[in-house]
Design a protein. Structure first.
Length: 173
């Protein structure tokens, strides 16, 4: 498994990955509540590459997963008291953790989250923060297993009934 920054030639494969994942979620249990052609989409990949914060995990010649790591919280992050006082120039925020349906249950999410921590430490960050739908039981279990602390539950204002409440987590570094 190799993790590296996504590049423009990855956009088509990332778009296909997002669509395949949303099809898989629709046919099974849609834990994150994502909606095909709404999120994640091609523009998610384009923006992540443009901002230089989209990372891909490759295995066996395909993108097995991806994640966006940046310093941009959702507005609702201001509604809770975090474990550490710091500006977002000292915090990494995890967004859009995506796993290829062909690679589920193979440790891809764990590898990407471990990479996020190494990346944050290398950048001298004070913590990692993230939000996760209250319905995303597998992701919640992963974050808690990795030592992320539950901070609170907020409404991210997404205007979808099934995506109202999100749990916020933080890991101090």
């Amino acid at each position: 498994m190799v993790i590296e920054k996504a590049i423009p030639k990855d956009i088509d494969e990332l778009e296909a990955l997002y669509n395949d994942l949303n099809d898989y979620l629709e046919a099974n249990v849609n834990y994150p509540g994502w909606i095909k052609h709404i999120y994640p989409v091609r523009e998610t990949a384009i923006e992540g590459i443009k901002e230089d914060n989209l990372f891909v995990l490759r295995t066996d010649g395909i993108i097995a997963g991806s994640v966006i790591l940046n310093n941009e919280p959702e507005k609702a992050y201001d509604e809770v008291e975090w474990g550490i006082e710091a500006g977002y120039d000292e915090i990494i925020v995890v967004h859009t953790l995506v796993i290829n349906p062909k690679c589920m249950q193979k440790g891809v999410a764990l590898e990407l989250m471990n990479y996020a921590q190494k990346y944050a430490v290398k950048q001298n960050m004070k913590s990692i923060r993230l939000d996760v739908s209250v319905n995303n039981v597998p992701a919640i279990a992963l974050y808690e297993k990795l030592g992320y602390k539950y901070i609170g539950t907020v409404d991210l204002g997404l205007n979808y009934d099934h995506l109202k409440w999100f749990r916020l987590y933080e890991k101090l570094l």
